[in-house]
Design a binder for this molecule. Structure first.
Ligand SMILES: *Cc1c(COP(=O)(O)O)cnc(C)c1O
Length: 466
């Protein structure tokens, strides 16, 4: 038994392949639909927006997809990421549970997001793309993509939600440092932006509007494409380097396979990243590892939403995706974990949840900040507000292990550091955060607005189409 606190791997142990869970899923994710015709969309519909290789990955059922050498080379700037045994936290909780965490905050932009930003920029560069457009809320995704585009000599246009552009300047400056063009959204540069500004010149903006502007920017030019940092199948697959490394690290530490794997959940990418290689062991080797997503009580799509077809964005411009959702025009309360303020979940994680192969629980933001502060005082690292939700789940599980007198092994994903999120901590310490839980009336009203097809009706249509 290895007693070390920090479990590291050498550069040569960076995974050579991403794991594509679709290969092993008993029920494959249902196809996206064209909202106009209600019929499945083919890969060609995505060609104006994404490079061919990413479209292939989006629909692939191959079990492993090779990571290009140039991508592994950029990964080696921070990967393999360290795993830690949270010994101080275990002591503080006086729990018999063993707690391990994988720390993705060592990446240049401070979260897991470069794991997909780097291959996305690489495939775009390979296919001659000169510029990538995207949207960003508080700036985690925009900064990851800005860094990745800089690595491959691509221009990057980031449409940043106006209110964050004004109130959270540090990530904007980070993006500019990596050479990106950052525009407050809505802007005068796009038709979508001009329309919104004509009606409401002082609008704070929204992620939905920013997506419209970024998509419009990509559709305008052959050599400009669009990029998304969560939800899509290829994004989730790129993140599996987290879980693949974790399995090696637990082995190296002489640890048991975990009883629980926790990660915070926005659209599902970092949860998929750490958990899918463990779900793989459940599906192929009969293991019983419980993989549980921690979502906020103010956007509880997994625990209280419905499994329906719905739009990926607020305005209704994307294809319809089979997802656990609270409705695409549901606007979550303004909690500080900005990365978790999203109405839906990716198609793969949604299917796995429907089939009982993963689990979910909801955490309110007060419990999450209590957990995050406790973690910082024990382990030193100040977590991103998103990560605090998973830490709260870990503490619940560790306390349950103590009560039951059982020594459980727990792994969670520390998906990012919180060094740019000090305003959130300030609000927590000042007592300005509220416990926020949706009422059943609010959930019912949000879900009642969904008009798109049900999962069953689409299954029936597909069966009739043969
Ligand atoms: C974007 C983000 C999330 C949420 O997105 P997922 O796709 O669910 O991982 C969570 N944590 C951090 C730090 C993020 O930047």
């Amino acid at each position: 038994m290895d007693n070390s606190r920090k479990i590291t791997l050498s550069e040569s142990e960076i995974p050579t392949h991403w794991y594509n869970i679709v290969h092993d899923m008993p029920n494959k994710p249902l196809p996206p639909l064209n909202p106009g015709t209600g019929e499945p969309i083919g890969p060609e519909a995505l060609m104006p927006l994404f490079p061919m290789e990413l479209i292939k990955q989006e629909v692939s059922q191959e079990k492993y997809i090779e990571i290009p050498d140039q991508v592994r080379d950029v990964y080696s700037m921070w990967r393999p990421t360290p795993m830690f045994r949270a010994r101080n936290l275990e002591k503080m909780l006086d729990t018999p549970a063993k707690i391990y965490y994988k720390f993705e905050g060592v990446s240049p932009s401070g979260s897991h997001k470069p794991n997909t930003a780097v291959p996305q920029a690489y495939y775009n560069a390979q296919e001659g793309v000169k510029r990538i457009t995207t949207e960003t809320g508080a700036g985690q995704w925009g900064s990851a993509l800005s860094f990745a585009c800089q690595m491959f000599g691509i221009e990057c246009d980031v449409h940043m939600v106006r209110i964050s552009f004004d109130q959270k300047p540090y990530r904007k400056m980070m993006m500019q440092t990596w050479g990106a063009n950052v525009y407050p959204s809505p802007s005068e540069r796009t038709e979508a932006g001009r329309q919104v500004l004509a009606k409401d010149p002082d609008t704070p903006g929204s992620l939905g509007i920013a997506i419209s502007e970024a998509v419009e920017g990509a559709a305008m030019s052959e050599t400009t494409k669009y990029s998304l940092g969560s939800v899509l199948n290829h994004v989730l697959m790129h993140q599996t380097v987290i879980g693949l490394e974790s399995i090696k690290q637990l082995e190296k530490a002489g640890a048991d396979l975990p009883d629980y794997v926790f990660a915070p959940f926005g659209g599902g990418s970092n949860f998929a990243g750490i958990s899918f290689p463990f779900v793989h062991l459940n599906l192929t080797e009969g293991k019983n590892i419980q993989c549980i997503a921690s979502e906020p009580t103010s956007a509880p799509k997994l625990t209280r939403g419905v499994f329906r077809y719905d739009f990926g964005d607020t305005v209704g411009m994307t294809p319809l995706i089979p997802m656990y959702t609270l409705g695409h025009d549901f606007v979550p309360a303004k909690i500080h974990a900005g990365g978790l303020r999203y109405h839906g979940a990716g198609a793969i994680v949604s299917q796995l949840l429907a089939d009982g192969l993963i689990g979910a629980e909801a955490i309110d933001q007060i419990e999450s900040f209590e957990a995050g502060v406790m973690f910082a005082r024990a382990e030193g690292i100040v977590p991103a507000p998103e990560a605090n939700h998973a830490i709260a789940s870990v503490i619940r599980a560790a306390n349950a292990a103590k009560e039951a007198g059982e020594s459980k092994t727990i792994l969670f994903n520390m998906c990012g550091h919180g060094n740019f999120d000090m305003l959130a901590y300030q609000d927590y310490f000042a007592g300005n955060l509220e416990k926020h839980e949706m009422t059943q009336e609010e959930v019912d009203a949000a879900v009642a607005k969904i008009e798109s097809p049900t999962i069953d009706s689409v299954k029936e249509m597909l069966a009739n189409m043969g």
